[in-house]
Design a protein around this ligand. Sequence first.
Ligand SMILES: C[S@@+](CC[C@H](N)C(=O)[O-])C[C@H]1O[C@@H](n2cnc3c(N)ncnc32)[C@H](O)[C@@H]1O
Length: 482
Amino acid sequence: MQNTLFYGDNLKILKEYILTNSIDLIYLDPPFNSKADYNVLFKEPTGALSKAQITAFEDTWHWTDETEKTFKNIVDEAPADVVEMMRSLRKFVGQKNDVIAYITMMCVRLLELKRVLKDTGTIYLHCDPTASHYIKLLMDVIFGKNNFRNEIVWCYRGAGYPKHDFGRRHDIILRYSKTSNYIFNLDEVREEYAEATKERFKHYIGNIRGGKDFGIQQLHPLGKQPDDWWQIQPIAPSAKERLSYPTQKPEALLERIVKASSNEGEVVLDPFCGCGTTVAVAHKLKRNWIGIDITHLAINAIKLRLNKMFGIVPKIDFKVIGEPDDLEGARELSSHNRYQFQWWALSLINARPYKDKKRGADTGIDGYIYFTHEKDIVRPAIVQVKRGNVSVKDIRELGHVMDREEADLGLLITLESPTKQMKSEAVIKGFYNSPISKRDYPKIQIVTIEELFAGVKPNVPTTISPYKEAKPVSRENRKLDI
Ligand SMILES: C[S@@+](CC[C@H](N)C(=O)[O-])C[C@H]1O[C@@H](n2cnc3c(N)ncnc32)[C@H](O)[C@@H]1O
């Protein structure tokens, strides 16, 4: 199986692409219903994180016509005990609020995830204590109470305390197997014993129970069996591992999960994969993997992450499904979702998105590329993305924005072909002369999506990536793709 990243809603992708009984390990970290928005952080040319942010995803699920339809599908098609549980939860939690919307959307996905999981497989569901009790009921009824393996408490230290409560410093990870015959590689995840324990065990420790001598107690040579509470620090803002994607989980957390519940060559699935922590760890540990996410910001972040971590020689090999790979696909995305189209188009030239669908007035700027103007001086080129018919007015407008922003370069990415008039208007704006390369660059450049597909790149001086980059994994630790 080829490692694959899917862009799209995981429910649809699970149904369309993922075979029954094909996955060894599932880890999912869905949005929790914490009523927050999560922003992608971009890097300024100085290296500092930018204040202008883009909402990657909202963490809130709402009761909509679609949820009502999903609930009805569950009632019509799910096993009787799942229907019973969902009806009871709806009575208790509320008929149409965000919490029941969250539970409903999770219910259909968990049913699909059970279908794709192998009989020897395990699922780890990451949630926070505001919803974990409802989700546990759901998991009990879908996967079976007997297959409940652990409620893992991921605890960490942090700053800031509520005034009248204890500090909230943990997440819950529910671990269920599909049957009683499941993979658990204990020796792969043993921990070092505490110094005090090692010291105590240097001396004789008897083991007499019920009058019977069980002999000398010894420590396991490979280390201690981990408990169901794991103290692993979240990724600090300054950590090397940290990328620009919100809610990124530490690789150490995923390493323990992947090692414990899968073997080399087996398949790991993350249906809410964010910036791809699970897939990066799975790749490092020589597992095959499938990642799914509903935003191009995530898919782009994962592509950059994987290429940086593993991509030098030989080049990492993985497929991306759901991203446009021809004009028709690009048109479909543009008509389906304006912002996703914009973010995808910007990713083709490694530009940083600027326009947030949730915030701010239209500034006429969809994105930026940063280029080196002079030694140690970086300047932005303004990028606009057009998906419909374009005309000379668009070039004039880009010219005005460039004047307002005092920008040297402006790029218009367009889905439809530019007119002759547009090209002449762009030429009128003249050239930018780079003090470094001493070369002239057209101030306004028009690039079509078709040209970008054909590998044409905008003609700009050396650019600087707006993304925080992952650290390459050393050759010996890399899976060799053939
Ligand atoms: C909490 S984040 C996951 C973070 C991830 N564990 C990491 O380490 O980067 C949840 C992700 O789920 C994605 N998402 C939300 N709804 C989705 C859906 N229906 N299908 C696929 N992905 C979805 C969001 O875009 C977001 O990237």
